[in-house]
Ligand binder design. Structure first.
Ligand code: 5PN
Ligand code: ZN
Ligand code: ZN
Length: 271
């Protein structure tokens, strides 16, 4: 049996203001940051943790985030670079359903979708200030249609590749496959998960997802501004530090312009 491999799939960049990246602290001004997906080649199958944003969606709904994404930075493009195709993926794990983490789900038509049960509920019932975050429900055309009907809107066109995702919802901290650990890190959203991957030849990789955007957020214990519950978010950052310490894990942040260049990107991999 071959060792687990982890590939980081670059998904392009977005711009937010410094006061959004560092809540109530700044400094203000445009900050361009990376988005990426994590592909895990595991004995049980191919997993993807988060799927980045959809360029057309951002241009349509949040053009002020100035998306830069080449064809190679889409999920099909990034997979092609390592000789794989979207239908090869067996499981998609979503840390949460903000548009910059689920935009590529719609390509993964054969995959079983794994997420926190509270996060799936949140997509149907979110706070008014979370509407932009949860604006891309293209990964589930039924969900999208329900939301549009509630808002009295004509239902959005379903994606060309129509499929109904199969879900396996999860709660609590748990090992979902050998060496793949989901840790609840609520606050940013109601059902947010971070992922730890144990590997044969190096320290475990702890993907914080949006529980912590960057090393600087962690150093300052400063959250970003798109959070449901700031107090819970800070507790989740403390929890991530404790997990990293306990397992001697290395943290990989979701949107870190300074660290991302030092991460090994596909076609390179960690094992
Ligand atoms: C990158 C980004 N921009 C806006 C929002 C939002 O309103 O909720 C989450 C989020 C983002 O991750
Ligand atoms: Zn988010
Ligand atoms: Zn994000």
């Amino acid at each position: 049996m071959s060792d687990t491999k982890v590939y980081l799939l670059d998904g392009g960049t977005l711009v937010i203001d410094g006061f959004h990246a560092f809540w109530n602290r700044g400094p203000g001004g445009e900050l361009r940051f990376p988005c990426y997906a994590v592909l895990i080649e595991h004995a049980d199958g191919l997993y993807i943790f988060d799927t980045g944003y959809d360029h057309a969606h951002v241009m349509d709904v949040l053009p002020f985030e100035k998306p830069l994404q080449t064809p190679e930075q889409t999920i099909p493009g990034a997979l092609a670079k390592i000789g794989k195709k979207p239908s090869d993926i067996n499981y998609v794990i979503n840390s949460h359903y903000h548009f910059d983490h689920c935009g590529g789900n719609k390509y993964l038509t054969e995959a079983c979708t794994v997420c926190h049960s509270k996060e799936l509920e949140a997509c149907e019932c979110f706070q008014p200030f979370e509407a932009l975050g949860y604006s891309d429900l293209s990964f589930d055309s039924d969900l999208e249609a329900k939301r549009d009907a509630k808002a009295g809107k004509t239902p959005a066109e379903p994606p060309l590749d129509i499929y109904t995702p199969k879900y396996e919802t999860v709660t609590g901290d748990q090992e979902i496959a050998k060496g793949l650990w989901l840790f609840e890190t609520p606050g940013h959203t109601a059902g947010h998960y971070s992922l730890m991957v144990e590997l044969a030849n190096r320290r475990p990789m702890l993907f914080t997802a949006d529980a912590c955007y960057s090393q600087k957020n962690m150093d300052l214990m400063c959250i970003s501004s798109f959070h449901l519950d700031p107090v819970a978010s800070l507790q989740s950052m403390v929890k991530l530090k404790e997990i990293a310490e306990k397992h001697d894990a290395e943290m990989f942040y979701s949107h870190d312009p300074d660290s991302f260049g030092s991460y090994l990107q596909a076609p390179g991999f960690y094992s």
